[in-house]
Design a binder for this molecule. Structure first.
Ligand SMILES: Nc1ncnc2c1ncn2[C@@H]1O[C@H](COP(=O)(O)OP(=O)(O)OP(=O)(O)O)[C@@H](O)[C@H]1O
Ligand SMILES: [Mg+2]
Length: 303
């Protein structure tokens, strides 16, 4: 039995730390560099694995060095890869990330070589989906995603969606997910409001169990049938915000597994995401359980 199975974009992240953001037609040197596994769903699964949950990733990687690197990273973290397909005709996705040292904000250029080789409904492992408590999705690979939802739900799993931006299947997905966790950008573009509380009300009309809107350093907002909640972001020495949202999602699913109440899940997720921001790249700073608990204890004592 898995706690969480994930389907969504994967990529190798090449992350450059820049003390000054380059202008077009200029040359510069990075102050630090790292190559890490990336992709919102994969990074959420690694977060869950570091917290001790049983996870499995379903997706396609290329039959190349980058694909091997991604698989090795998953295995090292203890994420099951028995549902991963290795495609010999398609190179593994790569993301080139520039991080501004001053603000910790980043610019991502994704070279999505698998965009024309979608994961097909026949390629997803039914066995994996029949034995998971949660299914985490990013909404890509529409056909396979819908089949995965059907299979997982039939066995009583809850569906979590990372909606960073609007896709053609967004409306259909929202009607089927239990826990949409969306970005501020999604709130403004799809929910058509700059007020998170209004965005939450709209998300709640889809019949979800709970919904979250994350607003970067401004924190996160959540709704369930007990009320509407706000969780500020924790103040930390930020080096790089890459993957903060992905880690928030992973930590939130951990809270769902533990059946915590919504404010506790939001607090825990904000702490996990903040700790991640202290290190370069989406994966190197993902904290373990004792680190999050210690961080939260220290924050409580400061009050
Ligand atoms: N600079 C920061 N300092 C502390 N915590 C942060 C910071 N940025 C983000 N976080 C935490 O991470 C959560 C998720 O961040 P954010 O809203 O940027 O996710 P996102 O839009 O999915 O971004 P991405 O997918 O690029 O990681 C925030 O709600 C907050 O708790
Ligand atoms: Mg995100």
């Amino acid at each position: 039995m898995f706690d969480c199975v994930g389907i969504g974009l994967n990529a190798v992240d090449f992350i450059c730390l820049l003390s000054k953001y380059p202008e077009i037609d200029s040359k510069t040197e990075s102050t630090d560099f790292s190559t890490q596994g990336g992709g919102p769903v994969p990074t959420a699964l690694v977060t869950l694995a570091r917290l001790g949950a049983k996870t499995s990733y379903i997706g396609i990687v290329g039959q190349d060095e980058n694909g091997k690197f991604l698989l090795d990273q998953f295995k090292k973290e203890g994420v099951d890869v028995s549902g991963v397909i290795i495609d010999k005709n398609c190179p593994t996705n790569q993301a080139f990330i520039w991080v501004d040292k001053e603000s910790g904000k980043k610019t991502v250029v994704l070279h999505n070589s698998t965009s024309n080789v979608p994961l097909l409904p026949d390629e997803i492992s039914e066995t994996h989906l029949r034995k998971t408590r949660f299914l985490h999705l990013d909404g890509r690979d529409a056909e396979a995603t819908l089949k995965a939802i059907r299979l997982a739900k039939r066995n009583g799993a809850d569906i979590v969606l990372d909606a960073g931006s609007v896709r053609s299947n967004t409306e259909e997905l929202l009607m089927q997910v239990d826990y949409p966790i969306v970005s501020e950008h999604f709130c403004q573009t799809y929910l058509e409001t700059t007020e998170a509380e209004k965005g939450l009300e709209k998300l709640y009309t889809y019949g979800v169990k709970a919904a979250i809107i994350t607003c970067g350093v401004k924190g996160s907002y959540g709704i369930d049938d007990t009320g509407v909640y706000y969780q500020p972001a924790y103040e930390v020495e930020v080096l790089d915000t890459t993957g903060a949202g992905d880690v928030y999602h992973g930590a939130f699913i951990y809270g769902l597994i533990k059946k915590w109440d919504l404010p506790r899940m939001m607090k825990f997720s904000a702490a996990a995401a903040a700790l991640k921001c202290k290190k370069l790249g989406g994966r190197s700073g993902i904290p373990r359980l004792d680190e999050i608990n210690l961080f939260l204890e220290e924050k409580e004592n400061v009050k």
